[in-house]
Design a protein around this ligand. Structure first.
Ligand SMILES: [Zn+2]
Length: 336
């Protein structure tokens, strides 16, 4: 089985976005009712939104199932307040649940959280519990910067987040570290904010005792780990200067990397540097980069092609990356 551990519902029916636009427009109207309301989307509209996109790509690329979450750039936790985020998040997660029910062999759910800068993690814990216990979701996307590029929340290693981590440990679910849209013009959302956040989260983990406090807590650092594999020597050297144990021992029982790297040399670097036990197959389709690379005539995000081309990987290694590691990191993984 080939499990893609990182896909978003970027093709959701237009009614979802229309609801969000109304919600945002109402933020400026003090008298507007702040209710969750409902969104009218038929099962056929959901089918239509997936058949020509994610499902077609699964078939064409030879992958079986995608661990599926709401569109990450649209989480936009910086918009409005905690109530804004709560209503929007519930709708997004409920739609993912419907997708997983319609296609139980193709999609397994992961939730977004109703985060909001400066707000404690209580509502995120409640939404995580709802999604895991009622919807059968198997993980969460955790935004380390709900301000959308201003970075004014405590680091992921701060006690601010600990109640959420306690719940993650109890439910045995991992978090993918995943920022959302950038409202800071210095940072392009997918080109720099995402990759910066991946690198930043890794460095926060490195300089903390988080995994001493939570030995079974698990994070996936997406997009191939940002700059981490490329600069592994720098991170090892910093850890050494700090008299920390080797990174394999210090972090790699808890931190995993996905394969959302969109060229062969980058994937080669990832696999040369990071132990194969810590790499999870992912493509993030349909997502950050949608085009076809004229040098290969294949989609940039068809990451399976790059992995299949690494000739020194053993069959056992490939099985780990495509299936075994994903099941290890997401122990609640089940096909419906
Ligand atoms: Zn993503």
């Amino acid at each position: 089985m080939i499990i893609d551990c990182h896909g978003h519902y970027t093709t959701a029916p237009k009614a979802l976005e229309a609801w969000r636009k109304d919600q945002i427009a109402n933020l400026d109207k003090p008298t507007a009712q702040r209710t969750k309301g409902s969104i009218s989307i038929s099962d056929d509209e959901i089918r239509e939104s997936l058949e020509g996109a994610q499902l077609r790509m699964q078939r064409e690329r030879g992958t079986d199932v995608t661990i599926f979450s709401p569109r990450a750039s649209a989480m936009a936790h910086h918009i409005g307040d905690a109530t804004t985020s709560q209503h929007w998040t519930e709708h997004c997660n409920e739609l993912i649940h419907r997708v997983c029910n319609l296609y139980p062999k193709n999609f397994v759910g992961v939730c977004q959280l109703p985060q909001s800068a400066g707000v404690d993690v209580g509502s995120s814990i409640r939404e995580l519990e709802r999604c895991v216990n009622q919807f059968g979701f198997i993980g969460l996307n955790l935004n380390p910067d709900p301000s959308g590029g201003l970075w004014n929340s405590p680091p992921l290693t701060d006690r601010h987040w600990y109640p959420l981590y306690e719940k993650m440990v109890e439910l045995d679910v991992p978090a993918m570290v995943h920022v959302s849209a950038s409202c800071n013009p210095n940072f392009h959302t997918t080109g720099s904010h995402y990759l910066n956040a991946d690198t930043t989260a890794f460095m926060q983990f490195l300089t903390s005792k988080l995994f001493t406090d939570f030995p079974t807590l698990r994070f996936i650092v997406p997009h191939g780990g940002g700059a981490v594999p490329y600069h592994w020597g720098r991170f090892r050297g910093i850890a050494q200067d700090m008299k920390l144990p080797p990174l394999e021992e210090w972090l790699l029982k808890n931190v995993y990397f996905d394969t959302c790297v969109y060229h062969q040399a980058g994937i080669d670097c990832l696999f040369k540097v990071i132990p194969v036990d810590n790499i999870l197959f992912a493509s993030e389709m349909v997502g950050a980069v949608r085009g076809i690379d004229p040098r290969t005539n294949h989609h940039y995000d068809d990451t399976k092609r790059y992995i299949d081309k690494i000739d020194w990987l053993t069959d056992a290694d490939r099985t780990k990356v495509y299936e075994g590691n994903v099941k290890k990191v997401f122990p609640r993984f089940r096909l419906g």
